[in-house]
Design a protein around this ligand. Structure first.
Ligand SMILES: Nc1ncnc2c1ncn2[C@@H]1O[C@H](COP(=O)(O)OP(=O)(O)OP(=O)(O)O)[C@@H](O)[C@H]1O
Length: 281
């Protein structure tokens, strides 16, 4: 990937059959497409939850997914690491290429995929273990045993999640003793410890107070230098603050997908406009 060339990047985005060309004339970085979703449909038994989704997500960007409750945001997010299949009766058509390989193919090694695609949930969910063990858990599962190596990974991950200074003197204490905002950053550190490429975040700040929310938002802006982040949020101000692109979904469809500034200042679709101006949702 070239990250020095000043290049015009053209992305073809298909939303509900409409092709829209997004030009980023000022793009400093020529980024790769990390996820290319084509004609994705998903059913929970009879419920048609995702309808003809076509989206290209670029590396090292923050992509926010917004839309009213039940529109399919979390479902789409969970297809990106195939977690959605944990629900019985789920079926899909179409494809999601992750770095070129269709992850919906039967041959996909789901465990390998999940080491590349980490996930952070709405409610902080640390393990009932020490702060150290929470972060070291993934690397240990992947066979790393040397204490010196684990120590290094734990410190690097906690620094990466902007919580090292707050916990460095109590690494052996139970993670449950931390505040909700700190627990969420421990969960982000746990995710970083497996060195993913992508971090999926499902409303990661909705259970946090405003100060912790800002800390996690600052962290997300920092993390995008090294990771691709896809975040579901109900908070439109949050999407506007932290994301490069925004997807607006409604009733299982992608209505609009464009640069965040454009989506909020000049939405193309009346339904997007109605949603962002609070007329429904
Ligand atoms: N486990 C499930 N079994 C059956 N239907 C489900 C399941 N999970 C979600 N659905 C349905 O799929 C649709 C999309 O749900 P999803 O949770 O993806 O929406 P969402 O936009 O993330 O909503 P919210 O903002 O409320 O979290 C809804 O109609 C929902 O009822």
């Amino acid at each position: 990937m070239s990250n020095t060339t000043k290049n015009k990047v053209n992305i073809n985005v298909k939303t509900n059959g409409v092709n829209e060309k997004i030009s980023e004339n000022n793009a400093e970085t020529k980024q790769n497409i990390i996820y290319n979703t084509q004609d994705l449909n998903l059913w929970y038994s009879e419920t048609h939850a995702l309808k003809d989704i076509n989206l290209e997500i670029l590396e090292n960007e923050v992509t926010a997914i917004i839309g009213p409750s039940g529109c399919g945001k979390s479902t789409y997010l969970k297809t990106l690491n195939r977690m959605v299949e944990l629900v019985p009766g789920v079926s899909t058509t179409g494809s999601i290429a992750y770095k070129g390989d269709n992850i919906l193919a039967k041959s996909t090694q789901v465990e390998d995929l999940r080491t590349k695609v980490g996930m952070v949930f709405q409610k902080p969910n640390p393990f009932p273990k020490s702060i150290y063990e929470n972060v070291a858990y993934g690397p240990k599962v992947h066979g790393i045993k040397k204490k010196a190596v684990l120590d290094e990974i734990v410190e690097k991950s906690l620094r990466g999640a902007a919580i090292w200074d707050e916990v460095k003197d109590r690494l052996n204490q139970n993670a449950y003793g931390l505040s909700g905002g700190q627990q969420q950053r421990i969960c982000i550190a746990r995710c970083l410890a497996i060195e993913p490429d992508v971090i999926l975040m499902d409303e990661p700040t909705s259970a946090l107070d405003p100060i912790s929310t800002l800390k996690v938002e600052d962290l997300i802006k920092e993390l995008k230098k090294n990771y691709t982040i896809i975040i579901v949020t109900h908070n439109m101000q949050q999407a506007a603050r932290i994301s490069d692109k925004t997807v607006f979904m409604l009733n299982g469809e992608v209505i609009e997908f464009t640069e965040t500034d454009k989506l909020f200042s000049n939405p193309k679709d009346k339904r997007t406009e109605d949603y962002i101006t609070g007329r429904f949702g």
